[in-house]
Design a protein around this ligand. Structure first.
Ligand code: COS
Length: 382
């Protein structure tokens, strides 16, 4: 459901203030400690951020895709690790349940997801199934009124906090590809489920990814999400949506980097003039601004199409491809404009440069997005 313009603007303004006053001042501390403090997470809950995309009937804000993207752009104006705290509940961790869950499943889980009491996680990737996600090997064997899960998932965001996982597992070992995969809602406290230590990463300290191991985990059959064999489609539709959300974060970080670069270039003097007065600096600012505007326009157009009920597999992949590559170039130019100051830690530019690198990889690499765009374009005949 879409908000009225006034309520939407108030929400965006509240998030903008929260980012500027609460999150930006602690960016370096969060990166240093690899932890978003509990009181900040509590404030995110109070703002309703965990429930942005959860229907109002279950206690969320029920934002449209366009509205969610506008909020995600605001959250992108600070370290992406903060967005990651709420990212799985708003996106990949909850949307399988929102789109494919039964009324009983939704009533049981969604209120806790919307409030942030339950953190959700999306468990698709495995050691041998990254880009080739249809080849998941985690097994779900039917045994009476339960499925028994065995296997391992890798690089699972927020796994160490998750109370509920959406897990893609193979119910039919005779079917090798997508057709043998089903989706399950797996509570984090079931016996036999264990979570590894958070990985040490290039960037986004404060956001955590871990292995998840399933050893004879008995999941009630009523927790299956969608029909048997439909799990891969559940995952793909969750990702279609998630790719728009990630693109919004890319736009937000790009806007932040451009502002920081312009502020620095307007202050810093060389050869008796501000950097901003040099045309070679201006060219970098112009390229970054143009690309960020283009990404935002593509994003909002794709989000509106999804809100209108269109299938946006192509648009979401194209947007993620463009927006994630764009923010990489913008971050690179920001380091260049800052010069030596862009390379040292004090200014935070090198941190954002590292943070944005993952956008070209997770929720589908740029190469996977190219593949999806090409396939869909060929299917549509142009
Ligand atoms: N929406 C609905 N259904 C979809 C879909 C989508 N976006 N994409 C694929 N499907 C369906 C197909 O229609 C097909 O169904 P049928 O067999 O009934 O026709 C089935 O799913 C298998 O699709 P496909 O043959 O295209 O599967 P592939 O193995 O070729 O994989 C890619 C397709 C590569 C696009 C997919 O594996 C992918 O997106 N990989 C990246 C995964 C990813 O993003 N990982 C990040 C980790 S999660 S943070």
């Amino acid at each position: 459901m879409a908000l009225d313009t006034e309520t939407r603007d108030q929400l965006i303004e509240a998030v903008r203030r929260f980012v500027a006053e609460r999150l930006r001042p602690i960016e370096a501390q969060v990166a240093e400690n690899d932890l978003v403090p509990d009181d900040v997470v509590a404030e995110m809950r109070d703002l309703g951020l965990f429930g942005l995309s959860i229907p109002e009937a279950y206690g969320g804000l029920g934002l449209s895709m366009e509205e969610e993207c506008l909020v995600a752009i605001e959250l992108g104006r600070t370290s992406p690790a903060f967005r990651s705290v709420i990212g799985t509940n708003v996106g990949i961790g909850s949307q399988g349940l929102v789109m494919f869950g039964t009324d009983e499943q939704k009533a049981k889980w969604l209120p806790g997801v919307a409030s942030g009491e339950i953190v959700t996680s999306f468990a698709l990737t495995e050691p041998e199934a990254g880009s080739d996600s249809a080849s998941v090997q985690t097994r779900a064997r039917r045994d009476g009124d339960v499925y028994v899960l065995d296997g391992a998932k890798r690089y699972i965001t927020n796994a160490n906090k998750a109370g509920l996982f959406t897990v893609m597992a193979r119910t039919d070992p005779d079917k090798k590809g997508a057709a043998g995969v089903s989706a399950f809602l797996v509570p984090g406290d079931l016996p036999g489920l264990s979570v590894g230590k958070p990985e040490k990463k290039m960037g986004q300290q404060g956001a955590h990814i871990c292995d998840v191991i399933f050893e004879g985990v008995r999941v009630p059959a009523e927790n299956r999400l969608g029909a048997e064999g439909e799990g891969f489609k559940v995952a793909m539709q969750v990702l279609d949506r998630g790719r728009l959300h990630i693109s919004a974060v890319c736009v937000g970080v790009a806007e932040r980097l451009i502002r920081d670069a312009v502020a620095y270039a307007s202050e810093r003097k060389q050869f008796g003039q501000t950097l901003a007065s040099f045309q070679l600096i201006q060219a970098m600012i112009a390229d970054s601004k143009t690309e960020a505007l283009a990404a935002k326009a593509l994003l909002l157009d794709s989000a509106r199409k999804r809100d209108a009920g269109e299938t946006v597999t192509l648009e979401a992949a194209a947007t993620k491809l463009f927006a994630s590559e764009m923010v990489g170039r913008v971050a690179d130019r920001a380091v260049q404009i800052f010069g030596g100051a862009g390379y040292v830690a004090d200014y935070g530019i090198e941190r954002l440069y590292r943070d944005v690198r993952i956008f070209r990889i997770y929720e589908g690499t740029s190469q996977i997005q190219q593949l999806v765009v090409a396939r869909e374009t060929i299917k549509r005949g142009g």
